[in-house]
Every structure is written in C-alpha cells, then in structure tokens.
Ligand binder design. Structure first.
Ligand SMILES: N[C@@H](CCOP(=O)(O)O)C(=O)O
Length: 431
C-alpha cells in the first residue's frame, strides 16, 4: 500500500514512511493510493469474527508489508483491548460507547495503534522521534497515555489554556517521563497551526525528527475505522444504520466514510457540529470558509478549520453532490446541547456527554424526517470528563471511574507559551 500527498507535490510513500513523517514534505496529508475493497466473505461473516480477527483484517491492507503479520496482530489486539458496546438508548437510537479505554475517549484507539507502530519502526534505530501534537481536549490525554514510556519517543502536547476540561487537563499534564505539556495562550487552531508549521521548519528538522500524533497522521487516523466495524457486528436490524458522529477535526467521521467506501454497509452519515460550523456552511453553500474557533461546552470539537475535511472531499472525488448523497451535517448551540443531555437523562436514564449530545440530537432530528430508519451515534467521551455541563443538565453527580480517580490527586505540570510560532521554535531549539 502506498500513500500520496493530497498536495500532490511529494513522492508516494509506504505506510511506515507516512507514519514516521506524519505530514508530507509539501504540507499535504497522506492518503491511500487505492481504497481496499472489503472481501465479501468478511462482510458475510462479520459477526462470527473476533474483534482481533476483524481488526487485523481491516488494518492489514493499509499497513501492507510495513509490519509483519504476527506483529500487526499483536499491535491490533493490544490497541483494542477494551469494550466498544452498542447500547440501546431509545427505540430507534443506540449509543456506540467509545469511552471504555484508558483515557475515557475514542482517541485511545488511534493513539495506542500509532504508538505501537512507531515503537516497531524505531526498534533498531537510535534515532529519537519527537511527536508534536495539538489538542482541543481528548487527543492530548490519549497520546500521553499511549506513548508514555515508549523508548526513543518523546511527546510534546500543545493545548489551549483554559479551554479544556479539568480531567482532560490532568490527563495530559501529569504523566511526566517522556511527555511534556505546553499550555498555549490561544485556541486549538493556534496550537494546530504552530504544530503544522514546525513540520516544515528546516532549522527544527536539523535538531529534531518530528512527527504528528493528530489524525493528520495515517497511523492515528486509519484505526479509527475499527469501531464502525465493531458496531456493525452488534447491529441487530435488517437495514444498515444511520450514523451520527460528533465532528471537530473530522478524522473520526472521515475514517467511518472510508470504511463505507471500502464496503461497510451504512445508510447515511451525519456530521454533528457545534458552533464551529465551517463544514456545515460548506455543505449548504459549496463555499468552504473556515472561521477562527469559538469555545463551546463540547470543547473537543472546537476546531475552526478541520484538517481532515480535505480527506473527506478526496473520498468523494471532490464532488459535493456525491458527498451529499452519503453525508448530511447539523449544527447545535450550547443551549440545545445542555437541553438534550437533560431531556435524554429524564426520559431514558442515559447520561450523555456534551459531544454525544450534539450527535444524539442531530440523529434524532434526522430520524424525524426518515422514521423508517434507525441509527446510532458515537459517544466519544465519558461524561465525567465534563462534570460541570453534565451535572448542571442532569442534577446528578457523575461518579468518577476507578481508572480516573488517581488523576484527581495529581498536580498539573505545564509550560506556558504565547500562541506565536517563533516562541514555540525558540523553546524547542533552546532545550
Ligand atoms: N478533537 C481533538 C482535536 C484534534 O483532533 P485529532 O483527531 O486530529 O487529534 C482533540 O480532542 O484534541
């Protein structure tokens, strides 16, 4: 399997090179040269396969011969060593709970897969890799956890000061060892732009071997397909599901769309957005006009210019009508998000987190138009990560899972920097 740069000014590379580089030299995102077609036997036997078998079969064509089969099997099994339950919420809506991993958010899958791939690619080298990653909330903790203690790799996380929840901040600032948190006086967009600029800076390249652990990296992005397959294993209805995905940087929904293009049966996708609605406006007008990100209660989706939307367009040959056949979009304001958490809790007893609430509401609205269909939404993070919003809506305290209790005793450790590329560069060069 080869990957080309979406800016088309760089040579094609293997999975290994795409994962190690993160981004192509021409600043483009890597994209598979061909989309593998799922064998009919795999689709017919979906339910009979174990999670490990299914995970390996989906990932193998994308990895090619970059990793031997036995090693890839181990990497996949370790990556997905927790549950992905599809839980009924109403008669026609289920929740795909993606928060049962170590950092209570869907990012664990991509982060664990990528850290193990880099560990394998670095196994015989004394090269030291530096992972630079921007987070609006959940990526940071997952990458910190996934890479903690990985030999030969250090991780530097940029996060927007005051714009992530307390548990998210503790997850990314308390690991120590090979993980450093930079608290940026700015927005997620500032963090993402600073990281992207660093990859193209010749002076930094001399001192560092840099890569990205955002979903711009194929090793972070591609494994996010897996939980769509795990959901289909549990789907009990004849008709394929409508799937609503809370969307920020668009890596997650793009992975679902990729799975669909490769053959996974899905009725329709909904990109559920908060006030950061550049893609929604594009879907309505055909004019892509990103705006600076604004802070919302669903903070992990506070992305003004989603990096992966270019991959979504590529999947549909840059043809808006083709895309609209498969994907709709909806935006929700904070008031409606909180009202949705409250209504769903009161009517069903199910506790949504703010991101899941945006997607639940988008799906509910869609199913009102298509009452014969059924669907699920991605519950991308545990409600305990957003206690203020959830407790205000439900009137109930969200119990802290055992796996997160230790965090509350820890002290955050971060380096505060201005949202200015040269400040980051000077900090990196002076270490
Ligand atoms: N929603 C993200 C923003 C970065 O997205 P990524 O999937 O490209 O890492 C977050 O929680 O940090």
């Amino acid at each position: 399997m080869l990957y080309f740069s979406l800016n088309k000014q760089s040579p094609n590379v293997s999975f290994a090179e795409a994962a190690v580089k993160g981004q192509a030299p021409d600043k483009g995102l890597y994209f598979p040269v061909t989309i593998p077609k799922l064998p009919a036997s795999l689709l017919q036997n979906l339910r009979a396969l174990s999670k490990d078998e299914l995970g390996f079969s989906v990932m193998q064509p994308y990895v090619g011969d970059a990793i031997p089969a036995a090693t890839l099997q181990r990497i996949v099994s370790e990556t997905i060593a927790f549950e992905f339950p599809l839980v009924k919420v109403t008669e026609n809506i289920a929740s795909l709970e993606l928060f049962h991993g170590p950092t209570l958010a869907f990012k664990d899958v991509g982060a664990r897969f990528m850290s193990r791939c880099l560990g394998y690619f670095n196994r015989n080298s004394n090269r030291h890799t530096t992972v630079l990653v921007a987070t609006s909330g959940d990526t940071g903790g997952a990458v910190a956890n996934g890479f903690l203690g990985v030999e030969g790799v250090e991780v530097i996380i940029l996060y927007p000061s005051g714009k992530v929840s307390p548990i998210q901040e503790l997850q990314l600032t308390t690991c120590g060892q090979n993980i450093t948190a930079l608290e940026i006086n700015g927005t997620f967009d500032d963090c993402q732009a600073m990281v992207k600029q660093a990859f193209t800076d010749a002076a930094l390249q001399q001192q560092y071997s840099l890569t990205s652990a955002n979903s711009i990296n194929v090793a972070r992005w591609l494994p996010q397909q897996l939980y769509y397959f795990f959901a289909l294993q549990q789907w009990q209805h004849q008709q394929p599901p409508v799937i609503a995905v809370p969307s920020g940087n668009f890596g997650n929904i793009c992975a679902g769309l990729l799975a669909h293009v490769s053959g996974l049966p899905v009725q329709h996708f909904i990109a559920a957005l908060n006030a950061n609605d550049a893609v929604h406006r594009y879907m309505q007008t055909g004019n892509y006009a990103p705006q600076p990100s604004v802070a919302t209660v669903s903070n992990a989706m506070d992305v003004g210019n989603p990096s992966n939307f270019i991959r979504v367009l590529q999947l549909f040959n840059n043809e808006l009508p083709q895309l609209q056949n498969v994907l709709s979009s909806t935006t929700l304001d904070d008031h409606t998000t909180v009202a949705t958490i409250k209504a769903v809790y009161n009517q069903t007893g199910y506790t949504l987190d703010p991101h899941g609430a945006v997607a639940f509401c988008a799906l509910q609205q869609y199913l009102l138009q298509y009452p014969e269909q059924k669907g699920f939404f991605l519950e991308t993070a545990h409600p305990v990560k957003f206690p203020q919003t959830v407790e205000q809506a439900t009137g109930q305290t969200v119990p802290v899972p055992d796996s997160a209790k230790h965090l509350l005793q820890q002290q955050k450790k971060s380096v505060v920097l201005d949202a200015d590329y040269n400040t980051l560069k000077d900090w990196l060069l002076s270490r």
